[in-house]
Design a protein around this ligand. Sequence first.
Ligand SMILES: Nc1ncnc2c1ncn2[C@@H]1O[C@H](COP(=O)(O)OP(=O)(O)OP(=O)(O)O)[C@@H](O)[C@H]1O
Length: 655
Amino acid sequence: MEELEEEQEHLDQTCAAFDAAFAALTGRGEYRGDDEYANEALEAMRRERIRVYTEASGPLYFGRIDRAEGGTLYVGRHAIWSAENDLLAVNWRAPAAEPFYTATERDPHGVRRRRRLEIEDRTVLGFVDEPLDSDFEDHLTEAIVEDITRQRVGEMRQIISTITPDQYELIARDVDGALVIQGGPGTGKTAVGLHRAAWLLYANPQLGREGVLVVGPNETFIRYVEQVLPALGESAVEQRAIGSLVTEPHGETDEARELATLKGSARIAVVLHRLLWDRLHFEDIEIPVSRRVTATVTADEQRELVAAVRERTFSYEAGRERFRERLAGTLASRILTRDSLAGSEEAVRTIRKAKEYSRAVTKAWPKETPEGLVKKLFTNRARLERVAGDLLEPEEIALLLKASAATSKHDMTPTDVALLDEAHWLIDPGFRRFGHVVVDEAQNLTPMELRMTVRRARGQSLTILGDLAQRTADAGVSSWERVLREAGVDSFDVSELEVSYRVPNEFLRIAGTLLPPGAPAPRGVRDAPFPPRAVHTDTLGAAAADEARRLVEAVNGSVGVVAPLAHMDEVRAALGEFADATHAALGAGINLLDLHVAKGLEFDAIVVVEPAAILRERPDGGVGGLYTALTRATRALSVIHAEPLPEPMRDAFPT
Ligand SMILES: Nc1ncnc2c1ncn2[C@@H]1O[C@H](COP(=O)(O)OP(=O)(O)OP(=O)(O)O)[C@@H](O)[C@H]1O
């Protein structure tokens, strides 16, 4: 029999087994037995399996490995057994599947041959073999390039059939604490982060209960990636833009750059901490219990109590509760030794009832709210100088005093969100924690924003994805070590992805001219099917629109037009029919993007409008913003300019 027929036969058999397993799951009524709890658990498991079988999309498997010592293993989305208990396919995340991803000619992991299958619906269309015991061509890179150059429709795709060995190593890396993945544009950081989430959920079933949080730079990005994990069958995942991490709804207001940088800096976390604990105030307490008896606790004794309490409690509110208890106990012990009250419990009750006691507690350890604490950052020069004089310059204190705390949820800036979250955390951290947190585009987070994500990860179990060369805001990450230390991450590994699958060599070269020597830049794997173009014009809007329309035809796919705010209106007016991605909608044809939403996205073709203006734009422009814009395309790149091109790029375009 021909090999293709054999493959079709195996697929038919696997599909039949899958259908039978699915029918068995859905056909049966609820489990009924003696043990109600066991039944409930079994029923929940059944429903979960049905959900995974229904929601995971794509062919049942996509490849196979033939072992050197005999035996074949098919790798796919689920483990599937025949009625005779033969394993027809393994889950891509099972340990047995590992060699499918990691075997190389140099280190074949006991694999003789790897086969990648092309399956559509329930038909095997073809396959590509990689013998691992002789020289072979790099079919993997070829397969990835082919996958990427297929037309895209504004959604990121799963990559389980083509994960590369270096990506697999990061997806499956067992780390205590945080894993930082540094990688240039198009190296697959986002893809790796999402597949790592899926892998961790499979490897640690308790993660399913705690949940995984994925944090991205904005809503458009979240829409771009949000179907990847559900399509892999994972539902215990929450995906959020950084600005909506705090569940309360809030508006977004712009603010001056210096102020945003200052409010986002890690020093502010220390200042808030000090402002909070500065509220404690001690003086001798005297509580009249009866006409003859007074219970007293000195200021020094209270300081000792506070020290003991703070050793065991972290948050202000929990500490306050414990202090209240201990103070009552201490005061009660004073009256016990001097009076003849029946027992200590009664003494404590007596103290608690005294209104002087409540008043004394409130004075010593006042109540505080997150909003109240944030407000203190913007008021009272004397207090700010006393508490933060060693951390903030006088001009910085003046800047804070000139600004004001957000007074309603509707006028919050992104930096206010992080301040309020920090204050919540210090006072009464009641928010949800996740078993793992994936943070994408982390290079552009302020230290305060990064702290906000870190504290949502139980045990600081994090995957942090980013590219220092794409850093845009001045407050962004300077080096991973430094920023992670500032964000309070105790232990982390930093790894790098070096091959850009998205960006053709020519575009990488043009974008690379902007980078300082020694900056991390990826290596490309292919040439651009369309030569990059620079168009000099007097009418930016019209020229950008013409170029976008030309490219939609040429690439027969999606086009992103990235414009700086200074030219946004004229480009928008000239475009005609397009999807306005600046408002969170991505479409199949022309998409208009500002520098904020362009991050992390990918298109067949990109039109970059007026690089010189992008360099001037804040906070999302600058060198990092322009570098990001120039690296969004898989196939075509055009630059439209009225001003001269920025100096380093001037000779980079073919004439
Ligand atoms: N192993 C792979 N197989 C197939 N496609 C891949 C693979 N790795 C990456 N890709 C594709 O390459 C493109 C770039 O990946 P991704 O968006 O994850 O890169 P990134 O490093 O996050 O880029 P950026 O820094 O620009 O955000 C995507 O289309 C992704 O699907």
